[in-house]
Design a protein around this ligand. Structure first.
Ligand SMILES: [Zn+2]
Length: 264
């Protein structure tokens, strides 16, 4: 299949974004545009199909700025607020026709259907209609090809410390936000990938609990062998130009609006 395809990183920041509230830039140079980072959201596009991965608090602005006018499905990697809290914006998708297909693992969908029951089931007073249709990714589907929103892909399991998050591979590109480590099955799902976009938010931390640091990613990619590793989940401690200088060859910092070609 040689369909025109790409991954667009709409949000390369950590949960606080950069600058964080009160214009906290931390170690980041405020004059470097690539240091301005919104919360997690990415889009896989294959021909006209649009698969959104996470809808963080900045989702509406991010998506509008990119200019797409359709969404075929949304995958939620996990239930943390910085990946979810733009979910109300999806009400507008339903106005353009039917319920929107939403994918996630059991813990993610259970959590979302509790917190945002009005979007899945509607509200008793009739104010909210049911606009989201849940599709659970079962444990035995991890590492196996499937189709989400008309896009062929392979989900894989990630250890995020306090929960299991879902990574997604489409062709030769994989997107791995919010993880601290991968097991052998996750590594196997990623093997042969050309570009790996991955959470490096713990930066220099040697033994992080929730997000991976650079030492962990260097070790993992010894086994995965991605040509290019793009670091996301970037915090205010992680200045773009400093990262470019200090990262090992083949590793680079991501930024909002970064586009990565996908070969399927
Ligand atoms: Zn998280």
């Amino acid at each position: 299949m040689n369909a025109p395809a790409k991954l667009t990183i709409l949000g390369s920041g950590n949960s606080a974004g950069v600058p964080a509230l009160f214009n906290h830039w931390g170690a980041c140079d405020s004059n470097e545009p690539k240091n301005r980072r919104r919360r997690a959201c990415a889009v896989f596009q294959v021909e006209e199909k649009i698969l959104v991965v996470d809808t963080g608090p900045d989702f509406r602005d991010q998506f509008n700025q990119a200019g797409w006018t359709r969404i075929d499905a949304v995958l939620y990697t996990h239930y943390h607020g910085d990946h979810v809290h733009g979910i109300d914006e999806l009400r507008y998708v339903a106005r353009t026709g039917g319920r929107l297909d939403v994918y996630g693992n059991a813990s993610t969908l259970d959590n979302l259907q509790t917190r945002f029951s009005y979007l899945f089931a509607g509200s008793p007073d009739g104010l909210y209609q049911s606009i989201l249709k849940p599709h659970m990714i079962m444990d035995n589907q991890y590492g196996k090809p499937m189709t989400i929103g008309g896009i062929p892909c392979t989900p894989f399991e990630q250890d995020h410390g306090t929960c299991v998050s879902t990574g997604l591979r489409v062709g030769d590109v994989a997107y791995s936000v919010d993880l601290v480590n991968l097991d052998a099955a996750g590594i196997a799902a990623l093997r042969g990938v050309k570009t790996w976009v991955v959470d490096g938010g713990a930066y220099h931390h040697e033994n992080p609990l929730v997000h991976a640091g650079l030492p962990r990613l260097y070790d993992l990619n010894e086994k995965i062998g991605a040509e290019t590793v793009v670091i996301v989940n970037l915090s205010a401690k992680m200045d773009y130009q400093t990262l470019r200088r200090e990262l090992r060859p083949g590793f680079e910092p991501g930024y909002d609006g970064m586009e990565i070609p996908v070969t399927i």
